[in-house]
Structure formats: C-alpha cells, structure tokens
Design a protein around this ligand. Structure first.
Ligand code: GLA
Length: 719
C-alpha cells in the first residue's frame, strides 16, 4: 500500500469546512460544519473525537467511513453492500492515494487488495455556496462476478444535536409536503421503488437543531441527484452516533459487476447552514444557479407561459387553439404551450402515446398554422411530449408489442392506460430521437414539456432483468442527445406534476412542473416544500381556473394570481371564461412578474416563520436594492388584530420605500361590507420610507385581510 498522501485533507468554503481523515483503513469525515479557523488542527479534531470504551461493545470504535462496511466492524447500516462467492461481502477499501484537483476537488482512491475491489470517492466543494458534492465508484478488479446491492454516494456524520428530521411526503397534486420527525434510536428510512423521482418520497432530507427555524439555527441539507429508485436514511446508532446515507436503490440482481466492471453512484449534494433553513436553501439555490442550470438568465428572461391543459384538455382543433392564442397574447403571454392531445388518436388518455405524429383530424395542415399564428402574435411555441410511454392502443404498440418494460408473465397492474417503453433497447431510443428531432426541425418549437405519467413499478427488460438503473441513464442520454441537437430548445421536467424534480434531471432540463394542482392554497405548501432545494426560476407556477379542477375549491383571481409571482409564471385555464375584472387582475400580475422577474430569478429567498394560519416569503435582490414580500392568510384566526409582519434580508441601514403592489383592489381587505366602513392601514403606509432595520426588527402590521387572500409588498432602496 502506498502512503504518500497526508493523514488528513480539509476542504473549505465561505462558511463551512469538511475534514476527512485518510490514513486509516477507510476515509472518514471527522468534521463537517461551521468553518474552522486555521488554529484548529486536524490533530485536535482527532483527539476530541476519542470516546470511552463502552462495556459489552467493541474496544475500538468502528468508523463511519464514507462507505461504511460490515467488514470493518461497523454495526450500523453499511454504505457498501456486495457479495461474490467468497469473502467479498466483508470488503474494506483502504486509501491508496488521493488526488487534489485544484483547491476544491478531492478524489480518494481506495482498494481492498485481498478481495480485489476498488472504491473511488469524489468530493467537490463549491466555495461560493458551501455545497458539497459526493459520489462513489466501485470497480471489480477480481475475476469472479460481484453482486452489488447498495453503494451510498457517501456516509455523512451529523452531530447529535442536529436531531430533528425534516423530510418530505406527498402524492399526485400534493407534492413536497414537509414531514417532521424527531431523530430516534434506529433508522428513519425512505425507499423509492417507483422508477421515477416520485411524488411521495422526494430524495432530500434536512437534519437540524430543535431551535432551528427559517432564519436561524443549524441545519444540514442532503439531496440525491437521481431520477430513478433511491434510498435515503438517517440512522442513530445505539452508541448515540448519527449519520445520513443517500444512494440509488438497486433491485435484487439489478447490478452485477463482472470482472473489470464498475458502478457509478448518483451524486449527493449536501450543505451545512448556520443561518437556518432559509439560509440552507439560499446555499442550494446559489449552487444550482451556478453549477447545474444551463439556462442563461442574463440572455433570456423566463417568458410568461400559457398552457392549454386545464383549458381544453384533449379537445384540440386549430380554431380553438388559435383563439386561445389571441387571448393569451392580449394578456401579455410570451410562450404558448400546446399540451397533451395533438398527436394521432389522442382524444383521451387511452390511446396515442408513442405515435408522435400530428393528428390530421385536429390539424389537417399539420401544426404549421398554429405555430405560425402563435409566432405572429409574438409568442414562442412549446409542445408537450411523453416520450417514455406507450399506450397499448397505438400504432407503435401494434408494431412493437415487445418494446416495453414488464414483469411478464405477471399481470401489469395498470396505470393511466399506459406502459413504459424499454429505453435500454437502442432501437427504442433511436425511434424516439428521430420523432422528437424531426418535429423540432419541422416546426419552430422553442420548448418541450417532457412528461412522464406512470411509475415504472414492473421494470423488467426483454430478458426479464430489472432495468431502472439502465432506464434512468438511457433517459438522461436521450435528453442529452436532444439538447445537443437542439441547444436552444428548453425542456421542462414534468412527471404527473412534480414527480421528477431532482438535480440529476436538472443537469439537462430548464424548468420543473411543480404540481398538477393549481389550487393556490395547496400551491403555497407545495411551493414552500419545493423551495427548500430549488430556486424560484425553476418552479413552474400557473394561475389556474376559478374552480380548481382538482380540489374543486373556488378562489378569487387575486388569490390565484398572487402565488405565481415567486416562480416561473404562467396561466392554465380556459381563457374564454375570464370575466373582465379577472382579466384586469391577471394582466396586472403578468406586468408585476415582468417588472420584477430579473431579481426574483436571481435573488435571495427568505421563507418566513409565521403562525400556521398564514404563510409568507420574500425575495431580496442580490444587491439588496429591492425586495418583494408576500403574506397569505390561509384561514381566519382568533387574534383580534392581524399579525405584525417582520421583513428579512434587507440592508439594515438603508432607507426603503414601501409599496403594496397586491391586491390591486380593496375587496380583499376585511370586512368587505360597506356598512362597516373600516379604514385599512394600507393607505397610511403606502409610499412611506423606513430603514431596513426598522422593517426587520419591528415590522409592520398586516392590514385586515379576508381569509384566502394575499398581500404583496415591494420595497425599493433609496440610494
Ligand atoms: C400530466 C401533467 C399535466 C398534463 C397531463 C397531460 O398529468 O402533469 O400537466 O400535461 O399530464 O396528460
């Protein structure tokens, strides 16, 4: 074994340090948290970590190495589980060499010479955002096959005082809901076998202290950039030590390493924040903006969308669509997205998927007349696809019934009348690329809504082998190929709403459809959950119909429009149903969005800690020259007076001019009836000047609002 590397290596960001001990059996994180000064030596950290020997326990504590193993005597969940026909199961990869690439990237090579297995860990710090990226690679250097069961991207220790778990749960039309649990002895385990990122098991977890809230306290955030199956766990061992692992969930027998083969784990993104949960999100947002997003916001603002789905569903014809385009353009829409229903046989969701040819009944002259009309109104044209899927009632299926994933001869459980194409077959990917490519060449399409509406829950390939790992990589390759051939076409990641939102797909897409629920009250929760890991500009937000099609809740235009400002704005409804008043309000929101999107899409997010009947957030421009804050009253409450609203993130010494920019009518203030004739405090405050510190430390009282309404403040710094 070589030993020409240092005993320790530290990576430092702006506010965080990570120290890894190398000269041991396997590399382990010995410190990760608030940035340490140079006075603290690695030797000090090692000494301070010495623990007493516990009776009836191993004399030497087994390490929490980056891929913990049973072979090294670790009794918690192994980070690496594999087996061959002999001793491979007890693998202990020891450091053989390291490579420092620049100041921020560390590659640690490890090997178990006895068992002929190599493990390579890569750790990269982004010093600007303090986000760390980890991944692991396993190589079979032996001659016999090895079965890989689990290889975490990394095992990361968390201190005992960050014992609160914030995870996420959800369902279709109700994604990204917060799930709060106190850490317990044992394992908090989330496993996703849906073959897509999923609605219910978002691959992210936050560990934080009891006193941590949105503004203060310590938090460790973790996210796996992967759109297939995953496992995440937070384990508290009986000796009190805790750790977190995230990685790909492999199905039984899914990954065999033949001699010379390797396995590459997905990437784990992790960050430490000493400034609360909003601080943690700002770090992730900064990272995504400068490392993952390809979208050049400086060159192109995010256009206002109109999407046809909740407007006309499958009822496509040229006249209706062109009529909607006229109305959309009048409202200030900049991109018109034709959703599901445009291809042959697609009159409902029982037929057509796979047949990516324009339906001649609905569009006798192809899509040209629609695209041209949309373009002539000054709008871009976008088109919906669901490439990975096939309806049994389609020409493609009739020609290639074997092109699907299945667990035949087991019965298919059924899922929106569709099956999943087997992307591990090159001919399937070739067909899909040809279809997408030729439509993108034929029409002036600037945007693809790439949908995926079924779990891959019976994922056997043509030989019956489990295929999620290969399917996910094949999807990534197809997306990359489409992007390469059409670099200016933007792609939205949609999966029955927000079931494919992760940093893996974000490396090759430009927007996420957050949820199929356009109910503004639901949206507040969903968007809050989404905002923990994703910045505003990636979050598709649409003003929905008056009576929400999913919850049947009826909400005012003022409320519905207020929740779209802090994302990538759009609208999705039958525009023919809008009243004149609604049009005025909707247009006002379009203008507000256009006026402020430059800093909403680059600024800092502050989620506010408010009572549970309300929700609030703010976005402050990077240079703190302006800000927008919103307060939404979800329901009535018992206090006689409304809340005091304290702003966040402003320059304390600067003078800000305060404006109420939403609602645009006084009807949202309470009480509505003219017999009371109460004066709200709105006119008295509007246009007045205050210091940032007064707005943050004292704040201002919210005017009386009707339940289910929102208020938005705009602040401008007086220079
Ligand atoms: C999914 C999407 C929707 C819409 C429909 C079309 O549910 O999330 O936005 O595109 O498919 O079938």
């Amino acid at each position: 074994m070589q030993n020409n590397y240092p005993d320790f290596v530290s990576l430092k960001g702006k506010n965080t340090s990570l120290t890894i001990a190398l000269n041991r059996q396997a590399p382990q994180v010995i410190y990760w948290g608030k940035k340490l000064s140079d006075k603290t030596t690695e030797q000090m950290l090692t000494t301070l970590r010495i623990r007493q020997e516990v009776p009836a326990s191993p004399m030497r504590e087994a390490k929490r190495s980056l891929t913990t193993t049973t072979g090294e005597g670790f009794s918690g969940n192994p980070g690496l589980k594999l087996f061959g026909d002999q001793a491979q199961w007890a693998v202990v990869p020891k450091v053989t060499s390291i490579e420092m690439i620049g100041e921020n990237k560390l590659v640690i090579n490890n090997s178990d010479d006895y068992r002929k297995i190599t493990v390579i860990h890569t750790v990269v710090i982004d010093p600007e955002s303090d986000v760390l990226r980890f991944d692991s690679k396993v190589v079979n250097d032996g001659t016999e096959d090895i079965q890989l069961e689990w290889c975490t991207a990394a095992t990361l220790p968390v201190p005992a005082h960050t014992d609160q778990i914030l995870g996420f749960e959800g369902h279709w039309a109700g994604e990204f809901h917060e799930q709060r649990t106190q850490q317990f002895f044992g394992t908090y385990l989330r496993e996703n076998r849906r073959g897509r990122t999923s609605h219910d098991c978002f691959p992210g977890i936050i560990m934080h202290t009891k006193t941590c809230d949105q503004q203060q306290g310590e938090a460790y955030g973790f996210h796996l950039g992967w759109s297939g199956n995953h496992r995440l766990l937070s384990e508290k061992m009986s000796d009190g030590r805790s750790f977190v692992q995230l990685g790909e969930l492999l199905l039984p027998g899914e990954y065999t390493l033949k001699s010379g083969d390797s396995y590459q784990s997905p990437k784990l993104y992790a960050t430490y924040s000493g400034s609360g949960l909003s601080g943690m999100s700002r770090q992730f947002h900064r990272y995504v903006r400068s490392n993952l997003m390809k979208y050049n916001a400086a060159e192109k603002v995010r256009p206002v969308h109109y999407n046809t789905w909740e407007g006309i569903y499958f009822d496509h014809d040229v006249e209706t669509i062109n009529g909607l385009a006229d109305r959309a353009a009048e409202l200030g829409v900049e991109r018109f997205v034709l959703d599901d229903g445009w291809f042959i046989g697609r009159n409902d969701d029982t037929a057509g998927l796979g047949d990516w040819y324009v339906d001649e009944e609905a569009f006798p002259d192809g899509l040209g007349p629609v695209v041209d009309h949309v373009n002539s109104l000054g709008m871009e044209f976008g088109l919906w696809f669901e490439p990975e899927m096939i309806n049994p009632n389609s020409n493609l299926y009739r020609a290639h019934p074997d092109w699907i994933l299945s667990t035949a001869p087991n019965e298919d459980v059924g899922f929106r009348n569709q099956l999943v194409l087997d992307l591990t077959r090159p001919e399937v990917v070739e067909y899909l690329f040809e279809r997408l490519d030729s439509l993108l060449k034929e029409y002036n399409i600037k945007y693809i809504k790439w949908d995926m509406n079924r779990d891959i829950n019976q994922p056997g390939d043509q030989y019956g082998r489990p295929a999620i790992h290969r399917q996910t990589n094949a999807l990534y390759a197809l997306l990359d190929k489409v992007k390469q051939a059409h670099p200016t076409v933007e792609i939205e990641s949609c999966s029955s709403g927000g079931a494919r939102a992760d940093y893996g797909v974000l490396e090759r897409t430009d927007r996420v459809w957050t949820s199929d629920s356009n109910d503004a009250l639901d949206r507040l929760k969903i968007q809050k959950g989404f905002s923990y890991f994703f910045p505003a500009e990636l979050m598709g937000t649409h003003v929905g119909p008056r009576d929400c099609h999913i919850t049947h809740r009826s909400l005012t235009m003022s409320m519905r429009a207020s929740v779209v400002l802090f994302g990538h704005m759009g609208m999705e409804m039958d525009l023919r149903e809008l009243t004149d008043d609604e049009k005025v309000e909707l247009k006002a929101m379009v203008n507000l969005y256009k006026e402020h999107r430059h800093f909403i899409h680059s600024g800092d997010l502050y989620r506010l800690s408010l009572p549970d009947y309300a929700q609030g957030l703010g976005v402050v421009a990077k240079d703190k020259s302006e800000a927008l804050f919103s307060y939404s009253l979800l329901r009535g409450h018992t206090a006689g007076l409304p809340d005091q609203f304290r702003f966040e993130g402003l320059d304390p010494e600067a003078i800000y001019k305060l404006h109420v920019v939403w609602p645009i009518r006084s009807g949202d203030f309470w009480p509505k009836s003219s017999i009371f004739n109460f004066e709200t405090n709105l006119p008295k405050m509007d246009g007045q000047r205050f210091t940032g510190e007064a707005l943050m430390l004292l704040g201002k009282q919210i005017p009386r609002l009707a339940p289910q309404s929102s208020l938005i403040y705009h602040l401008t710094r007086e220079d």
